[in-house]
Design a protein around this ligand. Sequence first.
Ligand code: ADP
Length: 850
Amino acid sequence: MGFSTNLQGKIAHEALVSRQDAELRLLEAMKRCINTRLKCDRDYATALSTLASQGLKIDRGDDLVGSVVCSAWKTMMEEMENASKLIKQNADIVETKALDTLNTLYAEKRKVRKAYQEEHIRISQQFTHLSDEVVRKKTEYQKYLEQYKLMRCKFEEIYIKGGKGGRKLDEVRDKYQKACRKLHLTHNEYVLLLCEAVEFEKDFRTVLLPGLLEHQQSLQEAFILTWKQILQDIARNLDLTSDKFRENQRRVELSIDSIRPIEEYKDFTEKYKTTPAEPVKFIFDESLVEESAGKLLPNQLTVDNLTVEWLRNKLTELEASIKENQEKKTVLTNGHNSDSLVNGKSNNEINNRLSLNFEVSKKELNELKCQERKMLKQIELIKTALNELGCEEVPSGCDISIESQPAFIENSTEQGNGSQSTLLNLANPQRLVNMLRKPFRRRSAPSSPVAPPRTKGRRESAPRSEGGDPVALTTNKSLVDEEWFHGVLPREEVVRLLTVDGDFLVRETTRNDECQTVLSVCWGGHKHFIVQTTVEGSYRFEGPACPTIRELIIYQFNSGLPVTQRSGAILHKPIPRERWELNNDDVVLLDKIGRGNFGDVYRAQLKNSQEIVAVKTCRVTLPEEHKKKFLQEGRILKQYDHPNIVKLIGICVQKQPIMIVMELVPGGSLLTFLRKKSASLAEGQLMTMCLDAAAGMRYLESKNCIHRDLAARNCLVGYNNNVKISDFGMSREEEEYIVSDGMKQIPIKWTAPEALNFGKYTSLCDVWSYGILCWEIFSRGGTPYEGMNNTKAREKIDSGYRMPASENTPDEMYRLMLRCWEYKPENRPNFEQVYSVVETLCNAYRATFC
Ligand code: ADP
């Protein structure tokens, strides 16, 4: 089955030409692809080489001493480099050998294709030409045949007609002979041509075309052989699995095989053999707690009201974490057990994987165990600290109550702290430390002109050893009847009363909406024990239970045993209520006369003395901090006794609502009074009011009390229009008080610039406010800086503006106001001086008008 026999047809010829074209295109495509492939291989080889040199840049130090992994890696990288070289070499070979041959093949094939086509055309044309000649000859033959026939007819005609001679006959005969000759010649030519055509046709079919095709076949087959060799060369040279590469791979595998986990660290451990590290000791730096006056102890958790909630939350948090931890542990342990079952299969890969998993879970398990141990230790520490508290009430972490200002005046923020006589100034840490160290002062009761409102009077407390035991189990007495029961007196007040070891009292406190009875004892500090209720409904500390709290306290006192082992606190001396600690039931509220920041103000009557008083109540719902703040006014006022200072009669803390009982000042607030009575108030009366206020303020100044909120709204008007200074909610007993943490709810228009700008308060600030108060008095209840908001007023004051005198203000009085409003405090008069100026003015006025 060769070309010569099968491809003679026209279609086959065209197909053969197309085939050769296609092969030429295939050759072109191959050249292109091989070129690209060579480029790829070279790029790849370069990349491999770069990679290998990077991979070889490993630690040159001794750190990988003896590591077989490292040397396997090195082999791997070296072989990578070798592979890179091999790939490059092969690419070069393919380029110089195979690709060149491919180019030659291409050129040869093109030439052969051309020659074949030309030869085919040539012989085909010959054949066509002969065929055409035959046709043409035949046509010529026919033409001459016609002519011959015509001439013969003519000759016969003339011959028959004319006889045997004559010119005409000669002519016709001549023509006839010529036509005959032409016909015969053409006939012969035709015969010869046909003979040639027949022969050529036979040759074309049997010799020429088959010969051409045969030759073509042999050429093409020779090309195919070359082509095959080229492809073989390429395939061989681009084979990445060739022996050379396999050798390469073998070397790598061999070096990897030589890795033995057990051996890997042998040299290394030998070289760096050391003894285990000494444990690191974490030691509490005791200097940190030096300043804490014993409140903070090294390595001991501090349990106080500031930390107890946090500690409890922390405990819950830790316990939850432990639980979670334990669940994780169970999951890991179960997981490991089920892995062990699969381990039975003799499949190395699975076994390896599982053993790795096992190692991982073992590690996780260890980590969980460590975490658990850590948490258990912390839990133990917290539990011990909380348990040690036993029935003791959580101690106060900071005995200074946090001030919160009444919410009636706007703006800026202020945070200050103050106990009765000490103030927490956060800007001055040393002062804070000193304060923490300073024991709470116990103030001796002032000799008040107001008789104690209690029929029982104050009972002197006495130690157990002395006669007249005040802690005796007399019949029918309830706890609240006991002198040493102080109701809801805040802890800050309580600690002031307990000054000597063994001093004690009983009080109530509310924690998380639960009322608790607390035994407060002075014993190397202040201890507060919460009375525990047993399931049977009796009461106890650590000792035996008693049917009533009163009996429990009496037992504790009489037994001389410590309340708790840990505290060692023994009850020596019951501290009775102070004379101003009234029973809530001693006061009958009559009618509401005002509304304060903490609650309503009532006109009330004392049951025992029938005295009519004013009672400020504190809303039960207010937070503890506010209640303490409410009592602050009572705490300050109880020391003062002056006709121009509203008098404290007592505080009611036996139960809620807590109340402050004061003298009733019948005219109510000075501001309302001035506004109501503006028309009827004479200049002299106004002057006297200023004198009253000056007298009250002079008294406060002498007591180092800064009122900080002096204004007509905070003065009361008593009999004969006598003015009394009231509302000591913001007062401080300090020579100088600095508010360091910003100011809030400050009565801007009444406050001196240095207090507004620097938070610095002295009595001279009160002098500024006094100037405003006088202005309010003479304007008969006018609004200072009317039409200006606080910011505007501040700006104006800072720029030197001062309010003009209102109508009918005596010049001297206005001059005094201006002196009170001197920008620099040192340029203002003190209250001593203010008082003498106003007194002189009043005297002069009286001398003139009365
Ligand atoms: P707070 O200090 O809570 O603001 P205030 O001292 O301003 O309360 O009292 C509110 C109102 O109750 C006063 O404006 C006044 O009318 C009335 N008030 C307060 N104390 C007395 C008192 N001792 N005598 C008569 N009225 C008083």
